[in-house]
Design a protein around this ligand. Structure first.
Ligand SMILES: NC(=O)c1ccc[n+]([C@@H]2O[C@H](COP(=O)([O-])OP(=O)(O)OC[C@H]3O[C@@H](n4cnc5c(N)ncnc54)[C@H](OP(=O)(O)O)[C@@H]3O)[C@@H](O)[C@H]2O)c1
Length: 354
């Protein structure tokens, strides 16, 4: 591994982190250390088979493990899992991970975030979505630190933020999977308004992340908001029809009707991967319904459609250019495929228990 710069990837076994590990490994310029709770999972084993990738067992919410993970690395790419940690822990460990990275002399820190929806929607509380804002606050804080530190201290570690939006791949898994009707049509029944949603194809997340590490003079201090296409749900349905020849329909239904059907289990909290009684919760924990009410409002009212597509074209000229192109590349047919690791494990454990 001579001359390769070592990058710690937190969340590397996940849907978003896997393409980042792959792109870093494929570049031949970096070696990768992936923090995972379970080095024996199929996701982890697949990554460890890639050139110059090693696994480190540990947890995002252990300061001891974070110290071990950041020791000796050149750079870090950090995607915390809000659906496991919860908003409060995501804020705490988001800040602690950054501080621990500084302690260990990391030279380039990339924080994977989502939009700070509450700020971008003008501090209106109905847009407070815990799993968006948990990351968004950390991103603002760490980028803002350069203003309060001396110039020399601020440049000691380059900091970049990569802001994704909802994954285009959620059309396969999670919130955006349509229902197939007996008449062969596909229906997206959800509370989405008419606004454009910045959907990001996971296949391109690795390239943007690699660009950030390869171009520190341009990427330091940058909040790179990425998307493949910015589309409304009516456009998603119409694109589906164009690509597949099947009827795609967006049916808007009220949140009150949607939420009970969509939550992972009745009364779930925003950090729904933690079993109902396995964690003491206080009033800072949002329920899944509260969290995703704000999530649908923020994204589907168009607040996130702020991506600079010209900049993205320049950074990644061969990026997937549109939702239509993505559907064609993926041979999208409206039917579900597994993408999200948390969901995969949730379904497997539900199947085992009964
Ligand atoms: N779904 C979307 O459209 C979307 C869009 C933008 C951002 N996000 C955000 O992305 C995050 C989830 O990442 P993902 O989409 O890649 O989900 P995912 O496929 O379910 O993967 C979850 C990742 O988090 C890791 N993880 C969870 N708890 C951990 C812990 N305590 N210690 C170490 N690693 C832990 C898992 O690693 P191991 O299991 O190997 O330990 C895995 O790498 C969430 O915060 C979500 O808000 C999601």
């Amino acid at each position: 591994m001579a001359n390769l710069r070592l990058i710690l990837v937190i969340g590397g076994t996940g849907a978003q982190g896997s393409p980042v590990v792959q792109a870093l490994s494929e570049s031949g310029r970096y070696s990768v250390r992936v923090l995972t709770r379970n080095p024996n999972s199929e996701h982890a084993k697949k990554l460890s088979a890639l050139p110059n990738v090693t696994l480190l067992q540990g947890s995002q919410d252990s300061q001891r493990d974070l110290h071990a993970a950041f020791t000796g690395v050149y750079g870090a790419w950090v995607n915390l899992d809000g659906f496991t940690l919860g908003e409060k822990n995501e804020l705490f460990y988001g800040i602690r991970a950054y501080e621990i990275a500084r302690h260990h002399g990391v030279q380039h820190y990339v924080f994977a975030t989502i939009d700070y929806g509450l700020r971008k929607a003008g501090w209106d509380e109905q847009y407070h979505c815990g799993h968006n804002d948990g990351k968004g606050r950390v991103a603002d804080l760490i980028l803002g630190l350069s203003h309060v530190e001396s110039a020399a201290a601020a440049t000691a570690m380059k900091t970049s933020v990569l802001a994704t939006g909802p994954y285009m791949d959620m059309l396969f898994d999670g919130m955006f999977v349509p229902k197939e009707r007996d008449d062969g049509s596909f229906v997206w029944e959800n509370p989405a308004g008419d606004g454009k949603i910045p959907l990001i194809a996971l296949d391109d997340v690795g390239v943007y992340s690699l660009w950030i590490f390869d171009n520190p003079s341009e990427s330091a201090g940058l909040n790179l908001e990425v998307a493949t296409d910015q589309v409304s749900f009516a456009e998603i349905a119409a694109t589906f029809t164009r690509v597949t020849g099947k009827t795609g329909i967006h049916k808007r239904i009220p949140l009150e009707e949607y939420l009970p059907k969509a939550e992972p289990y009745p009364g779930a909290y925003a950090n729904w991967t933690i079993k109902p009684d396995a964690q003491a919760r206080d009033e800072s924990f949002m329920t899944w319904r509260e969290n995703f009410s704000a999530w649908w409002r923020y994204w589907s009212e168009g607040y996130g459609a702020t991506r600079d597509m010209g900049l993205l074209d320049r950074i990644h000229p061969s990026r997937i250019p549109s939702l239509e192109a993505w559907m064609r590349v993926k041979k999208y047919d409206g039917r579900p495929r597994s993408v999200i690791k948390d969901l995969h494990e949730f379904r497997s454990s539900a199947a085992k228990s009964g």
